[in-house]
Design a protein around this ligand. Structure first.
Ligand code: NAD
Length: 435
């Protein structure tokens, strides 16, 4: 181990680093896994230092004309973490809790995620500190356009490609694409992904993350010699990722015994009818009141005795507090960061097979990549082509990570980080560091 690796926290980007050093900090969660993998890879100190820093952090003030005629000023952030493998790729969130630390952590996460599935993107993330629920559509549109104008120098199909994230959607992506295109003087569809299909979005993008989760879950079951048919599954979160994963795993023959959302959980030992539960949520907005199951809490759901636990809602739900009580054989991390770094060791000790977030939920960014490719080529694929290519990439990536895990006798998370960091590091070595 090099001296640099002994003092990892000295190189954390933010000066107030001591605040990071607790279990639930996203930057710390990501960096402690990064450090472990870097140590195992025996990464040279120069590349280690480069990979531990964001390439570019933009903080910008965004004046917005509010509906009442007053001008308000919001803070926008965009972080490009690493672009050595290609254009930066990462979502934009509108939320009161946006901070530079969190955006930086999420941008780094995107770098490793794109590398683990070997798509030619770097990682970025962005956000605006605002409460979108209190803003009108007109205010949100003006905010989006002015934020886009503020970061336009780094945006572009060859440099930085946003996507939807918390509280942003297809509509917001359409505004970004339009603002950017107005500046360029021609339509540039490939500047964002997650767009409406009518204006250059990809078929299959909406289902991609859940589809990816279902593919790697099947791989994990097969690896452990467990039958997909009849495997019991509990899913936290019944939004895009949770509900699609539930639907696709049920179609494969799994028994979805529990699902939950922000209103609580539902349990049915014999298996829930997922399509029926989705229809209920479509009609009632949440799972609350769904009649064909027993109510349980979100905490109960996490500790059910099931074959597969699929957290698909929030960060930091599996921690040192409940890690010892987790009884699932496999955890498929649909959400970003559902397990704290400190809980990893507990799950390892219990022999739980964890498919880490950077691999498990990479189906979304993979189909975003397909969208970018289709936009640039001006030739659009059928949904079957999208799904087949997604399957190939997810299956191949799972197997590559598994092989590395076996070779180095490490868990899947460490192997996934090793694979992605080594891919990014290799490109840095080949390109040479312009220093
Ligand atoms: P979503 O907003 O569609 O759904 C979120 C679900 O979580 C909802 O059912 C909501 O009720 C539930 N939820 C919220 N608070 C909860 C709580 N306290 N307890 C239990 N459930 C709660 O979001 P999504 O797109 O499905 O994303 C879910 C997770 O997956 C997030 O961590 C997201 O970052 C991650 N992710 C999503 C994608 C994607 O393509 N959508 C890609 C990669 C990662």
């Amino acid at each position: 181990m090099t001296p640099d690796l002994l003092l990892p926290t000295n190189t954390i980007v933010r000066p107030d680093k001591d605040r990071f050093l607790h279990e639930e900090n996203p930057f710390e969660a990501m960096m402690s896994r990064f450090d472990r993998a870097a140590e195992l890879l025996d990464l040279e100190p120069g590349i280690y230092k480069v990979l531990r820093h964001a390439e570019k952090q933009i903080i910008t003030s965004i004046p917005v004309m509010m509906d009442n005629g007053d001008v308000d000023v919001f803070t926008g952030i965009r972080v490009l973490y690493n672009t050595s493998r290609g254009p930066a790729k990462g979502g934009i969130r509108f939320d009161l809790n946006v901070t530079l630390d969190e955006v930086t952590a999420l941008a780094a996460w995107m770098t490793w995620k794109c590398a683990v599935v070997n798509i030619p993107f770097g990682g970025s993330k962005g956000g605006v500190i605002c409460d979108p629920l209190k803003m009108s559509a007109g205010e949100l549109e003006r905010l989006t356009r002015r934020y886009t104008a503020s970061i336009i120098a780094t945006l572009g199909p060859d440099s930085d490609v946003p996507a939807p994230d918390v509280n942003t959607n297809e509509r917001v992506m359409a505004w970004i694409m339009d603002t950017y295109s107005m500046r360029m003087g021609h339509t540039v569809t490939a500047v964002v992904t997650g767009k409406p299909v009518e204006m250059g979005g990809s078929l299959g993008r909406r289902e991609a993350t859940g589809r990816g989760c279902s593919i790697v879950t099947k791989e994990a079951l097969a690896h452990l010699g467990m039958d997909v048919k009849g495997a019991t599954v509990a899913i936290q979160g019944f939004g895009n990722v949770g509900s699609i994963s539930a639907q696709l795993l049920q179609r494969e023959g799994c028994r979805i015994v529990a699902v939950s959302d922000r209103t609580g959980g539902l349990y049915n030992k014999g298996g829930l009818d997922v399509d029926d539960a989705i229809a209920w949520v479509t009609a009632h907005r949440t799972l609350e009141g769904y009649p064909k199951a027993t109510k349980i809490t979100n905490d109960d759901l996490l500790t059910l005795d099931v074959d597969v636990l699929l957290p698909a809602a929030l960060e930091n739900v599996i921690t040192t507090k409940n890690g010892a009580n987790i009884r699932a054989r496999i955890i498929c991390e649909g959400a970003n960061g559902p397990t704290t770094a400190a809980a990893d060791a507990i799950l390892d000790e219990k022999g739980i097979f964890v498919i880490p977030d950077i691999l498990a939920n990479a189906g979304g960014v993979t189909v975003s990549y397909f969208e970018w490719v289709q936009d640039r080529g001006g030739y659009f694929w059928t949904e079957k082509t999208v799904n087949d290519r997604l399957h190939e990439i997810m299956q191949h990536s799972f197997r590559a990570v598994l092989q590395l895990a076996r070779q180095h006798k490490v868990n899947m998370r460490t192997a996934a980080y090793m694979l992605s960091i080594s891919r990014v590091a290799t490109v840095h070595r080949l390109r040479g560091i312009y220093a």
